[in-house]
Design a protein around this ligand. Structure first.
Ligand code: DON
Length: 311
């Protein structure tokens, strides 16, 4: 299987794709990104990288950071985390508030905004916000093995000023006692996580522990236990695309996490960590061409968690 040729073909096809979706416009800095951009990176288990298109261009990873935040929080508080965050798909938009009222302020899962805000509250712990943000940055740099990953402060600041729905989610959960720190401090942490800027190549490198039973093959060190890696993958499959998670599982058949910046991280356990990026989103807030590219990739490789012998 010639993965370099496959990613080159897919990038060429995506350059011609007529339906590109629309970039998120509720975060001003994201609305300005060129919708013609497309990048793809595959990192294989042995570390071989296959890149095509804008794979080296940093973009705002947004909600993909929720995977790294969950990983860090499980390390910090362990399975107690599940007393404050559920593990069910929400079937509602990523920023929805409706279920919180009937479900006592416990978000459905850690990958919707409300869930990730509770995770940020846990990571704040006894730290100052800047310490929790610095810890995340060090963690992601270590996973990718690259020091030049940064947080885009302008994106974080814009979201602090315009993120009224997120603030509302946080206040609502605080009213239920499921947020332990003042809303402003938690939101500072949450928005800075979302504003991590990474390229497809860096993101695929950072996701390696999820394909390798919890071990970062680059550093040769265990990030999480094999069981925890399986569980994070399970949540990515069931909840990683919000109310589009069923459709993504149907079309792609891999654990995946999307972000409103147009990125998707997808994992082929034992085989590969994949990142795609194209800023135009579909109606559910997931990358239009990113999803299409992954669908074509699995058609050509046979990769699926439902048929591990294929490919
Ligand atoms: O909080 C927000 O709304 C954004 N910072 C992140 C949302 C996101 O990426 C959901 N993606 N589809």
């Amino acid at each position: 299987m010639n993965l370099s040729a496959i990613v080159a073909d897919i990038a060429a096809e995506m350059a011609e794709a007529p339906e590109r979706g629309a970039p998120a416009d509720y975060i001003p800095a994201l609305a300005q990104v060129d919708p013609r951009r497309f990048g793809i990176a595959i990192v294989e288990a042995d570390g071989t990288c296959h890149l095509a298109g804008d794979a080296e261009q940093p973009f705002s990873i947004q909600s993909i950071s929720k995977v790294f935040a969950l990983t860090l929080a499980l390390g910090a508080v362990g399975d107690q985390l599940w007393q404050r965050v559920g593990r069910e798909p929400s079937g509602t938009a990523f920023n929805s508030i409706v279920q919180l009222e009937t479900e006592g302020g416990i978000p459905r899962n850690p990958f919707i905004n409300a869930g990730a805000i509770v995770v940020a509250d846990m990571l704040l712990g006894n730290h100052e916000p800047r310490e929790a943000i610095g810890e995340m940055l060090r963690f992601v740099r270590g996973l990718a093995g690259e020091e030049d990953i940064v947080i885009d402060a302008a994106v974080a600041q814009a979201e602090m000023e315009t993120g009224h729905r997120n603030h509302a989610l946080a206040h609502y959960m605080r009213a239920f006692g499921n947020l332990h720190h003042p809303v402003e401090r938690v939101m500072g942490v949450y928005f800075h996580f979302c504003a991590l800027a990474m390229s497809c190549r860096q993101l695929a490198l950072a996701g390696r522990y999820l394909m390798a039973r919890g071990v970062n093959p680059g550093a040769g060190r265990s990030v999480v236990s094999p069981q925890r890696a399986r569980r994070i993958n399970a949540l990515m499959m069931s909840c990683g695309h919000y109310d589009g998670s069923g459709e993504f599982a149907f079309r792609v058949g891999l654990p995946g996490k999307s972000g409103v910046g147009g990125g998707i991280l997808a994992i082929v356990p034992g085989r590969a960590s994949i990142a795609v990026w194209s800023p135009g989103l579909n109606a559910r807030g997931n990358s239009q061409l990113g999803t299409l590219a992954l669908e074509r990739l699995v058609q050509r490789t046979g990769w699926s968690v439902f048929d591990p012998q294929a490919g």
